[in-house]
Design a protein around this ligand. Structure first.
Ligand SMILES: Cc1cc2nc3c(=O)[nH]c(=O)nc-3n(C[C@H](O)[C@H](O)[C@H](O)COP(=O)(O)OP(=O)(O)OC[C@H]3O[C@@H](n4cnc5c(N)ncnc54)[C@H](O)[C@@H]3O)c2cc1C
Length: 418
């Protein structure tokens, strides 16, 4: 099989998608990989070994996982805490950014907080489950840390609850002092070239989700059949060779077209030009960057730009805030900023909730669970996820693997017991 694979300039998170696709396919042997690299990506040559390449590269910077101090949140929460009942915070999305934020909130507020953690899937952990490669089990070990956070009695995990489908953001805001959006980047950038929506052309996100057992990708048509001899050229990709030149004398080098073109026949074409977040109704969105804009983690409101007015009680973290860049540890640093913003606003958040609900305060996760039950939403609690986890690990053990994922939501819910 000949496969053409575009891995554009994304040196960390989304570039990883390209690298993983390359690895996954290269492991399956008689595949021939062609990689078009319009800009820097030294890691790719290591990942892909002898795959023929076009264009070329500069460097890859690995950022270290962040040191994990708690002081800013603790101080602000202590200063603004008081004894007037618990702070109810809802975190939407249980990927690394969501979990690190919950962890920060717990450490900062101590016993003065109750956190509701939502995910649209019955399963937690976001891209740690559906992005990080199956052969990188060490990286997935962070799940243990996240599981300790979720098992904390101050945390209510509700899986299979999608904001915008099962519950509206306005309802979450009414039930909590603050809402933190951490629902990641679940769409794709596009090259904007003819033919990219055709059969045999997939995004790296779709492909990564498919081989990681994400339920949204289980029906994806991925033809990995091996062609004998020359591949049947279902698709052809026209590429222009690049040369690296300084932008201006003494300036940074950049890849520019050479005017020399190739046509590559291929059976499967994977675009890896970046992930992109989806907008949520009622929340400001920057369509160009594909993120929710923010002022130090606070979502901007309709008021004056200077000083920047922010949407009351709404915060953002992770890939939804920064765009699809950074490793898992980058989200820990980011979560520190977001949780610190919530903590610093505690007094204002409490006053707003009191004006709305009186001294009793908002109903939090308990109120949300009741609302969902009334709607017939089959929300998965942490115990339900643990049952599914045990089921998958046992099925994996029987098949000589780490785990055998359940990929169909109905079956997941059955195993979760909801
Ligand atoms: C292919 C790939 C491989 C990677 N490999 C590594 C690696 O080896 N090491 C490393 O350090 N980093 C790696 N990364 C980067 C790392 O995965 C990200 O930095 C991190 O997952 C981003 O965290 P997040 O919480 O912002 O988003 P996500 O992890 O995407 O989490 C978002 C969560 O929100 C949920 N959600 C979405 N919409 C809704 C909604 N409407 N309502 C409720 N919930 C919703 C999703 O189901 C998901 O659980 C990789 C990334 C990719 C794409």
């Amino acid at each position: 099989m000949l496969l053409c694979f575009s891995a554009a300039a994304a040196p960390d998170g989304s570039g990883a998608a390209g690298r993983r696709c390359g690895r996954a396919l290269a492991d399956g042997s008689p595949t021939r990989l062609t990689v078009a690299i319009p800009a820097s990506a030294a890691w790719l040559s290591a990942a892909l070994g002898s795959a023929p390449r076009l264009g070329c590269l500069v460097s890859h910077i690995l950022r270290p996982a962040a040191a994990y101090a708690t002081s800013a949140v603790t101080d602000a929460a202590d200063a603004a805490g008081g004894d007037t009942g618990k702070m109810h915070v809802c975190v939407v999305g249980s990927g690394p950014a969501g979990f690190y934020t919950v962890d920060r909130l717990l450490k900062g507020y101590g016993d003065k907080v109750q956190v509701t953690l939502l995910d649209r899937l019955p399963t937690p952990f976001g891209l740690v489950r559906s992005g990080v490669a199956p052969d990188h089990q060490d990286t997935k070990n962070v799940i243990r840390q996240f599981s300790d956070v979720a098992a904390d009695p101050r945390v209510t995990f509700l899986g299979n609850v999608a904001v915008g489908r099962d519950v509206e953001l306005a309802e979450l805001r009414r039930l909590h002092h603050a809402v933190v959006l951490s629902y990641g980047a679940e769409s794709d950038r596009r090259l904007g070239i003819p033919g990219e929506a055709g059969p045999g052309v997939l995004s790296a996100r779709e492909f990564v989700w498919w081989y990681n057992g994400h339920p949204d990708a289980r029906g994806l048509q991925v033809d990995l059949s091996q062609a004998s001899g020359r591949p049947a050229s279902n698709r052809r990709l026209r590429v222009e060779r690049t040369v690296v030149r300084p932008e201006r004398p003494g300036g940074a080098p950049m890849a520019v077209g050479s005017g020399e073109f190739d046509t590559i026949p291929c059976q499967l074409l994977l675009q890896s030009v970046g992930f992109k977040s989806l907008p949520l109704q009622g929340v400001p969105f920057d369509p160009k960057r594909g993120v929710v804009p923010n002022v130090e983690s606070r979502v901007p409101g309709d008021g004056p730009a200077s000083p920047p007015a922010t949407e009351p009680r709404l915060y953002v973290v992770g890939w939804l805030k920064r765009g699809p860049t950074g490793i898992i540890g980058t989200n820990a640093v980011d979560a520190k900023e977001t949780a610190s913003a919530v903590a610093a606003d505690t007094g204002v958040l409490r006053a707003a909730a009191e004006a709305q609900h009186g001294a009793g305060g908002p109903a939090g996760g308990v109120g949300l669970a009741a609302l969902l039950a009334g709607r017939g939403v089959r929300a998965v609690g942490w115990g339900g996820w643990l049952a599914l986890d045990e089921h998958e690990v046992a099925a994996g053990r029987a098949a000589g693997r780490v785990r055998e994922k359940v990929t169909e939501v109905g079956e997941m819910l059955r195993v979760c017991g909801v």
